[in-house]
Ligand binder design. Structure first.
Ligand SMILES: [Zn+2]
Length: 173
């Protein structure tokens, strides 16, 4: 049996815990309330899509630890905290607000010329095959034989038509 590629290994415990938190009614309600009252991004003034824990600690839910951020500024902050491609740099570190509620999806048509702006946060593979992607850092990477139902949790700039055989791809951002 071939060794599982890194991206198929189970998410670290911290990520699962964070995922549960960000799906909770408690968080959803607070997030919605906060966005209603602070609709503009605290960094650039654009329409905000995320509520961010200012200190990166999702257990600190005092309202003055919140800030509204647009997708772009939030992605930037997540990079700074987590290192490349949204991965957790240090599992000891408290999980940041990586999953704080951008929940839009788009059906991907692989293309050699289109780039995603803002970049996708992850790709869901609906039909097994290869995915020839361009990572957010600009590197071209082919994920070979990605099984149906896999979610690739990286930031992506593009999915190339050349080399992509997987089907029913959905991008999440
Ligand atoms: Zn912004």
């Amino acid at each position: 049996m071939p060794q599982k590629p890194q991206y198929l290994k189970n998410a670290p415990h911290e990520v699962k815990k964070a995922d549960r938190f960000y799906r909770s009614k408690y968080w959803q309600n607070r997030r919605a309330w906060y966005l209603r009252h602070h609709p503009a991004c605290a960094r650039c003034g654009q329409a905000a899509t995320a509520v961010d824990h200012f200190d990166g600690n999702r257990e600190n839910n005092s309202l003055d630890n919140y800030q509204s951020l647009c997708h772009r500024c939030h992605s930037r902050k997540t990079y700074q905290h987590d290192g490349a491609f949204g991965r957790i740099k240090n599992p000891e570190q408290k999980e940041t607000d990586e999953m704080s509620g951008e929940n839009n999806g788009v059906s991907i048509t692989p293309s050699d010329t289109t780039t995603f702006n803002p970049p996708l946060r992850s790709i869901y593979c609906g039909g097994t095959g290869d995915i020839a992607a361009v990572m957010n850092g600009g590197q071209a990477v082919t994920f070979k034989a990605v099984p149906t139902g896999t979610r690739l949790e990286f930031f992506f700039q593009a999915v190339k038509a050349t080399g992509t055989t997987a089907t029913n791809l959905v991008g999440l951002y």
